[in-house]
Design a protein around this ligand. Structure first.
Ligand code: MG
Length: 407
């Protein structure tokens, strides 16, 4: 079998990659929502792998892995990897999880990521108590999330707005209103801002109590001292983890030594890793036990075999796994379910990527129905990732420039 083409199309909110073979077997992968700018990179990687046997996944990856990097480059490399596993599974007639060593659990726990409650108690949750009630409602749905992640401090700025504070630049010393918040907030929080955030979490927890695990995605861009003050202040609230305080998201570095100073001084579990490309870039975090939980994203780390290796190495060092799910939609969800079903006991949950818009669930076949119940996805048993496009239905959603995607 040979790779004859690698195509991409924007379907709904996602870029979808299709690896085409001369045997009539296709593999699919999905890139993070809204990252349309990476689409031109596909042809660069395609030229490096045309003619290769896609079932020799590692052979193919050695051709393109060196040409990846932290976001956005690693996204395409990672997504091609997942499509190769999809082909290898379909060709062998077995689910991808068997190619990764076999599943050790039939149901995989997820945490709330891009899933939104169609009927939240508070469509506008402008107080921490209302946010807490919305979190409890996610537990009460049939989907039944047992862990929910909230954005806080610098992440998405939601906290500053809901706490009635100005933009974060005005809540730090020194004021740097022109600074790029995506890379580096970097300044000390004012006492007022730090107190407000701690109070905000305390009020959410007063409603949620211990009925739903609460994780907090906080940055990146906090100073080490603020991150440690926050982590220590949150100790009584038993949050599941405190994510990306220092580096994360779009930072092209890890700052493991800074994370370690925080982690060894608090019982609040410290988490990072969603932005990191390749196992080599996790080595310092893992070997120094610089965090308690790591969260590689299969669509950024180099794929699912890379993620599996990191999970095993983390387990060896007493570090837990809570993989990140960029808003990948159904193919990303399928890949996460397969790989996480094979992980050791250090697995907590993966971030559940929902298909957007909802019609995504009408244009694919093969997913279990219901898919998500009681906070878990039940592993399904079809070859490859077990998700197929319904080409007739999916074609209706192709853009003009992507009309040849399925041809
Ligand atoms: Mg994050």
């Amino acid at each position: 079998m040979k790779i004859t083409d690698v195509k991409s199309a924007i379907i709904g909110n996602n870029i979808v990659i299709r690896v085409v073979t001369d045997k009539g077997i296709d593999g699919y992968g999905e890139v993070e929502e809204g990252k349309d700018f990476v689409q031109p990179l596909v042809s660069y990687y395609k030229d490096l792998i045309l003619g290769c046997d896609p079932t020799n996944v590692e052979f193919v990856m050695r051709r393109i892995r060196r040409a990846g990097a932290f976001k956005p480059w690693g996204k395409i490399v990672s997504t091609i990897e997942m499509a190769l596993w999809d082909i290898a599974g379909k060709d062998a007639g077995i689910p991808v999880y068997k190619l990764l060593g076999g599943k050790v659990r039939d149901r995989v726990r997820v945490y709330n990521g891009s899933f939104s409650n169609p009927n939240p108690p508070h469509p506008v949750a402008d107080t921490p108590e209302k946010q807490g009630e919305n979190i409890l409602a996610l537990r009460e749905l049939p989907e039944g999330f047992t862990i929910v992640k909230n954005a806080g401090v610098f992440h998405g700025m939601g906290f500053f707005q809901s706490a009635g504070l100005d933009e974060p630049a005005y809540n730090t010393y020194p004021q740097e209103p022109e600074a790029s918040w995506m890379l580096d907030n970097g300044s000390l929080l004012t006492e007022e801002a730090l107190d407000a955030y701690i109070d905000h979490i305390a009020r959410i927890k007063s409603v949620v109590k211990n009925r739903v695990g609460l994780a907090l995605d906080c940055g990146p861009g906090m100073t080490a001292v603020d991150a440690l003050k926050l982590a220590k202040a949150l100790e009584p609230f038993n949050i599941v983890w405190l994510e990306d305080t220092i580096a994360g998201d779009y930072t092209p570095f890890t700052l493991a030594h800074v994370y370690r100073d925080i982690t060894i001084n608090t019982t609040t579990p410290i988490h990072t890793g969603e932005q990191i490309y390749l196992r080599q870039n996790f080595r310092e975090l893992i070997e120094n036990r610089a965090v308690n939980v790591i969260g590689p994203d299969p669509a950024d780390v180099g794929g699912i075999a890379e993620l599996k290796w990191i999970a095993e190495y983390s387990d060896l060092h007493g570090i837990l796994m809570a993989p990140h799910g960029t808003i990948d939609g159904v193919f990303g969800m399928a890949a996460l379910t397969h790989v996480c079903s094979t992980m050791p006991q250090n697995f907590i949950a993966y971030e559940y990527p929902a298909g957007h818009p909802d019609w995504w669930y009408d244009i694919v076949d093969g997913l279990p129905d219901p898919l998500l119940r009681d906070g878990h996805v039940t592993v399904w048993d079809k070859p490859g990732f077990g998700v197929e496009f319904n080409v007739n239905k999916a074609s209706e959603y192709l853009r003009e420039e992507d009309q040849d995607f399925f041809r």
